[in-house]
Design a protein around this ligand. Structure first.
Ligand code: SF4
Ligand code: SF4
Length: 193
């Protein structure tokens, strides 16, 4: 997929809580500040490119925490939402930032609303058992899952290529199950606008 931008901005019409509910109880960012470096921010109050640490970041928190910007108060990685992700999946520990993405101009039919996993320092972070388990966990869900490093194109790992090809009309379904799965994804892809 062309777009590599992973940004901190939710579209005004979009509420991640509709998908994931409230933040996981008892969980805080503590001294993680990965999103303050890894993500692009483009709001009137704060602009910074992906990969550049925010000028307000202390390295283990935010120097203006009480007065931080609206975008900083509303964006959370999936580790903050999903209690089933273990403590060691916190982005600064796992090396992978899992987030929800929903670009204004999706560059791919399966990229309207999707889960993005970025190994922001080292691609090898994807090789751990933890990473494999997490990707498998998200692979049980009904949102597409794309993975990337900080400077690579995104790679779609869920759903399977055969299903994507059927939905996109590139191939015919090879089984009843495939046809059923493709139909479900087609409806889901249409629904996530
Ligand atoms: S990456 Fe997640 S855990 Fe880390 S600071 Fe951002 S929201 Fe908090
Ligand atoms: S203002 Fe604070 S919370 Fe927002 S990106 Fe910068 S360091 Fe992070």
């Amino acid at each position: 997929m062309g777009s590599r931008t992973f940004d901190m901005n939710y579209r005004p019409d979009y509420n991640p809580r509709a998908l994931f509910g409230e933040l996981a109880e008892g969980r805080s960012c503590s001294d993680c500040a990965v999103c303050c470096t890894v993500l692009e921010v483009s709001t009137p109050e704060l602009k910074k490119p992906a990969g550049k640490t925010c000028e307000h970041c202390t390295g283990s928190g935010c120097a203006i925490y009480e007065d931080r910007f609206p975008v900083c108060r509303t964006w959370f990685c999936l580790w903050r939402f999903i209690g089933a992700m273990p403590d060691e999946a916190r982005p600064d520990r796992s090396g992978i930032l899992f987030g929800l993405a929903h670009p204004e101009d999706p560059p791919h039919p399966f990229a309207k609303t999707y889960i993005r996993a970025m190994a922001f320092e080292d691609e090898a972070a994807f090789e751990t058992e933890l990473a494999q388990d997490l990707i498998a966990m998200f692979g049980q869900g009904d949102l597409p899952v794309w993975i990337s490093t900080s400077d690579s194109d995104l790679f779609l790992v869920h759903p399977a290529t055969e299903i994507v090809d059927v939905v996109l009309g590139k191939t015919k379904p090879k089984s009843r199950q495939q046809k059923k799965d493709a139909k479900a994804w087609e409806a889901g892809v249409r629904q996530h606008r």
